[in-house]
Ligand binder design. Structure first.
Ligand SMILES: Nc1ncnc2c1ncn2[C@@H]1O[C@H](COP(=O)(O)OP(=O)(O)OP(=O)(O)O)[C@@H](O)[C@H]1O
Ligand SMILES: [Mg+2]
Length: 252
């Protein structure tokens, strides 16, 4: 469904990604772990073409997105949903307009039909109907997160990226969001990449885990494999130790 090979990304002369290889199978839920600032968000944005890459290939549903026409690339990418870490909502639009934005402006859908879909996905993520006509600045952080999620789901994606979907949410709302991710991914053929620091969430949603460090995926395996691994990088992260190879600059 998604294949990334040898992805290199530099921002302001700083190498962030140094040869990332990644695969997501049909309907698979992959969770990416890694320390803060290691380039997890950059990875998702560069797959979407929002941050340019220096080298590497991205293949989505068999289409090498750098070797097709702009129209074809946009068509493939329009079926990739993204929940941005910061929400990335348009402050000047109402909630339903934010959710329906891609349907109306990307797919050219009639606003009435798009509004109906927006209301449906709002229900899926437990957003009350009354919020539909508010603007993002009058919503709480958790509600904005759900708007981002609703927008990612609205276009009926084939693959969906969740960048820290539960960060900043209360435990109950987190579980609702985790349940929603599981439902979205496990009950359909949708593939997913989720970035999270939330190990409870990971245990609920991951089919497979990948660990990003120093610009590369240095480990991948099952949740059980993660729990049992002796890999010192993964152990330090999972056990939240303040000393170890992740924090030892000489290890890079
Ligand atoms: N648009 C940008 N301009 C300049 N630097 C950027 C930009 N986006 C990301 N970076 C830099 O790239 C590095 C990786 O950032 P990224 O946001 O991908 O980290 P992350 O792994 O998602 O961290 P976190 O877990 O804190 O969200 C950081 O050093 C960041 O400052
Ligand atoms: Mg991030």
């Amino acid at each position: 469904m998604l294949s990334v090979r040898n992805l290199h990304v530099k921002i302001d002369e700083l190498s962030i990604l140094k040869g990332v290889d990644l695969d997501v199978a049909d309907g698979e839920s992959l969770v990416i772990l890694g320390g803060s600032g290691t380039g997890k968000s950059v990875l998702l944005k560069s797959i979407l073409g929002l941050i340019p890459k220096q080298r590497g290939t991205v293949t989505i549903n068999g289409v090498d997105i750098d070797n097709v026409t702009k129209d074809e690339r946009e068509k493939v990418l329009s079926r990739v949903g993204m929940l941005f870490q910061g929400g990335a909502l348009f402050d000047s639009l109402t909630i339903w307009e934010n959710i329906a934005f891609g349907l109306i402006h990307g797919q050219g859908m009639d606003p009435g039909a798009a509004q109906k879909i927006a209301f449906d996905v709002m229900q899926q993520v437990d957003l009350e109907r009354r919020t539909a006509f508010l603007h993002p600045d009058s919503l709480s952080g958790g509600m904005r997160k759900r708007v981002g999620l609703a927008r990612a789901l609205a276009s009926k994606p084939k693959i969906i990226f969740f960048d820290e979907p539960t960060t900043g949410l209360d435990p109950i709302t987190s579980n609702i969001v985790n349940g929603l991710i599981v439902r979205t991914v496990k009950c359909s053929e949708i593939g997913a990449i989720t970035i999270t620091h939330d190990l409870d969430s990971l245990r609920q949603i991951a089919d497979r885990v990948a660990f990003l460090f120093d610009g590369k995926i240095i480990w991948t395996g099952s949740v059980q494999g993660m729990d049992n691994t002796e890999n010192p990088y993964i152990r330090q992260f999972i056990d939240a130790k303040t000393t170890g190879p992740l924090t030892d600059r000489n290890a890079r």
